[in-house]
Write a new protein. Structure first.
Length: 267
């Protein structure tokens, strides 16, 4: 059983839902990323989504675009991200880590080298935003061979046939994008999200995570009532941005904010 599957099974047995915060590796400074990851766990994170900085993050809104720019200003590479995960594993052997990014850095490294390096560093899952299942036939088996879960996005516009195809290729969990547009965009509405989550559950037994547009404890609590996992990105990264000139202060801010989300989910 993968670390991701084991974490969701443990949460299910406790009657709890997963909280999955996102941060961009290297933002606001590479030296504090590992401390930030530990702070997320201390605040109540169940899985960490770690963004791989990329120069053209097409699915990301301005907040996460700027995070990538801050990280790239320090020349943070995919190799650096894997080293960060390896250092995180020195103190935390149990919290699943999912890399979220784009295909280009993986192609540059090479599929086999990437999968081997990611597994060796302690990565558990890979979400490549611009790689749909139909085009993942070369990467997906390499990931699975190294014990890595390929994770895919489901859009609000995905019909049932498309949902079935995505769920068949996925492992770990599936990620439902709750709003049309980029991260941080759009007005979140719970009712259509609840309907779509039920539609996805007709196609898979995998946990369903919901992300995009979740900004505060109230929204987090509402999503936790209908989904298996709540994924929070821009709301966290905006707090990092506010403290970008004081990187050593970021970890405590993240811990407190994630704790507020966790408390709302468990209330």
């Amino acid at each position: 059983m993968s670390r991701i599957a084991g974490r969701f099974e443990a949460l299910r047995s406790q009657g709890r839902k997963a909280l999955i915060p996102y941060i961009a590796a290297g933002d606001p400074h590479p030296d504090v990323t590992v401390d930030m990851m530990h702070a997320l766990v201390e605040g109540g994170a169940d899985v960490i989504e770690l963004g791989v900085p990329f120069s053209d993050p097409m699915a990301d809104g301005p907040v996460i675009q700027r995070a990538a720019e801050r990280a790239l200003a320090y020349h943070v590479s995919l190799h650096d991200v894997l080293e960060m995960v390896e250092r995180f594993r020195e103190r935390d052997a149990t919290t699943p880590v999912v890399l979220m990014g784009y295909l280009n850095p993986v192609e540059v490294m090479g599929y086999a080298d990437f999968a081997w390096g990611a597994a060796g560093a302690g990565v558990d899952g890979v979400l490549t935003v611009d790689l749909p299942p139909e085009e993942a036939t070369d990467l997906e088996p390499v990931l699975r061979a190294e014990g890595l879960d390929p994770i895919f996005l489901i859009a609000p516009t995905s019909d049932q046939g498309r949902i079935h195809r995505i769920c068949k290729a996925a492992r770990g969990f599936v990620y439902y994008v709750s709003v049309k547009g980029v991260t941080g965009a759009g007005h979140f509405q719970l009712e259509p999200v609840a309907r779509k989550v039920e539609q996805i559950r007709q196609a898979t037994t995998l946990p369903v995570g919901v992300g995009f547009g979740i900004k505060d404890p109230q929204t987090t609590k509402a999503v936790a009532a209908v989904a298996d996992a709540v994924i929070v990105g821009s709301a966290i990264v905006s707090r990092i941005e506010a403290l970008a000139e004081r990187p050593q202060a970021v970890a405590s801010e993240l811990k407190a904010f994630v704790a507020s989300l966790r408390a709302a989910m468990d209330a």
